[in-house]
Ligand binder design. Structure first.
Ligand code: AMP
Length: 188
């Protein structure tokens, strides 16, 4: 009985904090290009209560999938992936743009609307069969997270879940991530 009460109180509190996080995200129109509304998370990072709340909501959602490791995507994904890995006591690995990681890398090339791009990870980042939770700040079209998930699988890992602070639901990024569970804290 008491446990159920505490669970309900926690769920209500996490709803309140998610609403506050959503309200703090700043829209920056026409950045970095005309027509894009950039979701600026720096006001969330600048507010210790909201930053801690964001990390703890993401960590709680990810913990349900019992991953062995966190893989964070450059660069705002690092800001969330690092404290989530710390909160869950899990190893952290980084996925970066080409040429940024210092040791030997494996890469995955993927198509953009115009041209292509590549993501890299250290060759010893993922052990065979390891369950990986992928973390980024924002899910838009899903191209970046899908490429990361394929890179993880190419390296012999299993994608336990993909977790985001923000989902732009109108872009239906979940469609590109249909093979993997998706978690997010706030939606626009
Ligand atoms: P996508 O591959 O389309 O899902 O784009 C996701 C990546 O691009 C994430 O790493 C985001 O940080 C970044 N991104 C895409 N759209 C936005 C946006 N409107 N505001 C902020 N970041 C964005």
């Amino acid at each position: 009985m008491g446990g159920q009460f505490a669970r309900r109180a926690r769920a209500a509190a996490s709803g309140v904090i998610a609403d506050d996080i959503r309200a703090a995200v700043r829209d920056v129109p026409n950045f970095p290009k005309p027509g894009i509304v950039f979701k600026d998370i720096t006001p969330v990072l600048a507010n210790p209560r909201l930053f801690r709340g964001a990390v703890s909501l993401m960590a709680r959602a990810i913990a349900r999938y019992q991953p062995d490791e966190i893989v964070a995507i450059e660069s705002r994904g690092f800001l969330l992936g690092a404290p989530v890995a710390d909160a869950l006591g899990l190893p952290l690995q980084l996925v970066r743009k080409p040429g940024k990681l210092p040791y030997k890398t494996a890469g995955y090339d993927y198509q953009l609307e115009y041209g292509s791009d590549r993501l890299e990870i250290h060759i010893d980042a993922i052990a065979r069969g390891q369950r990986v939770a992928i973390v980024d700040d924002l899910l838009a079209t899903g191209g970046t997270a899908a490429a990361t998930a394929k890179l993880v699988e190419q390296q012999g890992g299993e994608v336990a879940c993909c977790a985001f602070l923000i989902e732009l639901a109108f872009l239906d990024g979940r469609h590109s991530l249909a093979r993997w569970p998706v978690e997010r804290v706030v939606e626009f």
